[in-house]
Each structure stands twice: as structure tokens, then as C-alpha cells.
Ligand binder design. Structure first.
Ligand code: NAP
Length: 292
């Protein structure tokens, strides 16, 4: 099996994706496993798509406990899962697998991560009165769009490929209000948006540089949530800070989605503060500071 070294007798958890070099999931989960003295260890499986089947087969032989799935396999992994959660079905995206005696359960804990990050940022999303503008129409965008739409928030989607924004808005139409937005309509939304969410790789290490979000839209009445977590501060969050917007950082979602996965695998409460400190320490090691 491809991956990092697996010498001990501990039960395996890990992450499948490609590339994985910047993933902080192993550091975060291994810190939490050791803190609670759990008999688990977390590995990286940086593989190509044609290796997924063999990797899952090998991991099942080793009675693995859980997996995270990341870019670009959150959709394709669904065919290896026996039971999908509601949230995985509606977002067409699985980022967490739980192995119960050989039966694989697929979840989308990114949605929980989005909701938790917004709640912790004191956003009153449950009231359902917010105008939310989401940049992107991939798995991460879907993970935000479905729960927010179900809570009654007005969800607008803007995406490079407009057809995908239309498709996402269409699939949200059963749960609530949603509209696809063209790039040239963005200036007209100034002053009408409560929450902006970036669900594209803009600003991510190794991703496209800069920001997809027009600076003019940012101001003190807006909350900006950038899902990109590495680096901690992105061109978008820096611009938002400069223009007095409230900022929710991607690491907040990263920790919450990881904590939800941890709880599925272990049936223990995730040591959130330890996970947060571990992630922040490692982001800061890379030269990024929030100044708090
Ligand atoms: P995805 O399914 O591949 O979707 C990527 C989206 O970004 C698509 O809408 C795509 O538009 C758009 N995009 C990509 N490159 C672009 C470019 N050069 N110009 C304009 N638009 C571009 O990826 P995903 O899984 O949704 O993840 C998106 C980002 O969310 C990731 O980069 C990651 O940083 C972040 N994320 C964070 C967390 C967290 O825990 N904090 C969790 C999940 C994801 P098209 O439809 O036109 O291709």
C-alpha cells in the first residue's frame, strides 16, 4: 500500500487525496489521538485516482477505522462507500469514511465545519435572514450552500463556469431561495450582501493567486469567510480586514470538520482546544500570524 510508514499495531486512520503535502490533518489528528491515549494513528495516502480501489482494499484488510477524503476524490470515493449520510448525498461529496466491521459509511463533515465556523463567528445563520454570496460551485461550495439554504438564508452562487452555478442553484431550489449570479451582476450587489464565502482555491498555497472577490463588495457590514486555510491569511481576508469587514478564517472550518470526523471514529469528544492550538502553531511555523 502506498503511503507513509505504518509500523505499529495501532488502528489506521488517514487521508486520501493528491497533493497532500500541505495537509495539516495528520498533525491535528495524531495530536488528538495521543492526547486521549487512543489506539489510533493517522497516515497520508497521496495516491492517483487509479490507486483508490487497491488502497481501500488494502486498508480494509488492515481493518482501518476511518478516512478523510480530500481534493480531488470527494466525489469519486462515493462509489466505494456502502452507506451515505443525507449530507453526503445532497452535496455529492464525502470527506469522511467510518469503517464499521467492513461496512463503509460516508459523511460530509465539511458542512458541519461551515456551520460551526459561522456560528463561532457569531453569525445568526439559524434565523435564515442572511443574504449569502458563495464564490465557487464545487464540493466545498455545496457544503456551505445546502445547510445555509435549508436554514432559510438567501443563497447566491457565482462561479467561473456559470452552468455549474445554475446547476447548484437548481439543486437548492427544493430547500430554499437560491440564485446563480453572473460576474457582471456583482457590482449591483454592493450593500446587499451579509456574508461572502470563498469556496474556490484562490489564495491557497499552490492555487491561483489573488482573490476572486471584487474588493468593492467588501465593507464593515459584511462578514467574509474564506475556506482556504493554508496560508491562514489570504489576499481575500487581508482585503476584508483592510476594509473593516468581519473575518472568519478557513482554519476554523478545518478544525470543526476534523473534530466531527474525530468524533465519528472515536465516539469521544474531540479535544477542540488542543486541535486548534496544534493547527495554529503549525500555520504560524509557516510564517503566518493572526496577531491574537
Ligand atoms: P472543487 O470541487 O475542485 O471546486 C473548485 C471551485 O473553484 C469550482 O467552483 C471552480 O470553478 C473554482 N475554481 C478553481 N480554479 C479556479 C480559477 N482559476 N478561477 C476561477 N475559479 C476557479 O474544490 P472544493 O473541494 O470545492 O474546494 C475549494 C476550496 O475550498 C479548496 O481550495 C480548499 O482550500 C477549500 N476547502 C477548505 C476546507 C476547510 O476545511 N477549510 C474544506 C474543504 C475545502 P469551475 O466550476 O469553473 O471549475
Amino acid at each position: 500500500m502506498k503511503g507513509d510508514k505504518m509500523g505499529s499495531k495501532k488502528r489506521i486512520c488517514g487521508i486520501i487525496g493528491n497533493p497532500l503535502s500541505h495537509s495539516l490533518s495528520p498533525i491535528m489528528h495524531n495530536a488528538a489521538f495521543s492526547h486521549l491515549k487512543l489506539d489510533l494513528e493517522y497516515h497520508l495516502f497521496e495516491i492517483n485516482e487509479n490507486e483508490i480501489s487497491q488502497t481501500i482494499y488494502d486498508l480494509k484488510l488492515k481493518s482501518f477505522r476511518g478516512l478523510n477524503i480530500t481534493h480531488p476524490y470527494k466525489k469519486v470515493i462515493m462509489e466505494y462507500v456502502d452507506v451515505l449520510s443525507e449530507s453526503a448525498k445532497e452535496t455529492h461529496s464525502v470527506n469522511t469514511i467510518l469503517n464499521e466491521a467492513g461496512k463503509l459509511f460516508g459523511y460530509n463533515t465539511d458542512s458541519e465545519g461551515v456551520v460551526s465556523a459561522l456560528r463561532n463567528g457569531n453569525m445568526d445563520i439559524e434565523k435564515g435572514l442572511n443574504n449569502v454570496l458563495i464564490f465557487g460551485a464545487g464540493g466545498a461550495a455545496r457544503s456551505a450552500a445546502f445547510p445555509l439554504s435549508k436554514m432559510g438564508n438567501n443563497v447566491m452562487i457565482v462561479n467561473r463556469t456559470f452552468r455549474r452555478a445554475e446547476d447548484l442553484a437548481q439543486s437548492l431550489s427544493n430547500s430554499g431561495n437560491s440564485t446563480p449570479i453572473r460576474m457582471d451582476e456583482l457590482p449591483g450587489l454592493k450593500g446587499k450582501i451579509d456574508i461572502i464565502i470563498n469556496a474556490t482555491p484562490f489564495g491557497m498555497k499552490g492555487g491561483p493567486s489573488g482573490s476572486f472577490v471584487p474588493r468593492d463588495l467588501l465593507g464593515p457590514d459584511i462578514t467574509v469567510f474564506d475556506m482556504v486555510y493554508n496560508p491562514m491569511r489570504t489576499p481575500l481576508t487581508l482585503a476584508a480586514e483592510e476594509r473593516g469587514a468581519k473575518v472568519i478564517y478557513g482554519f476554523q472550518m478545518f478544525i470543526a470538520q476534523g473534530a466531527a470526523a474525530f468524533e465519528l471514529w472515536t465516539n469521544e469528544r474531540a479535544p477542540l482546544e488542543l486541535m486548534r492550538k496544534t493547527v495554529l502553531r503549525n500555520l504560524e511555523k509557516e510564517g503566518d500570524h493572526l496577531g491574537r
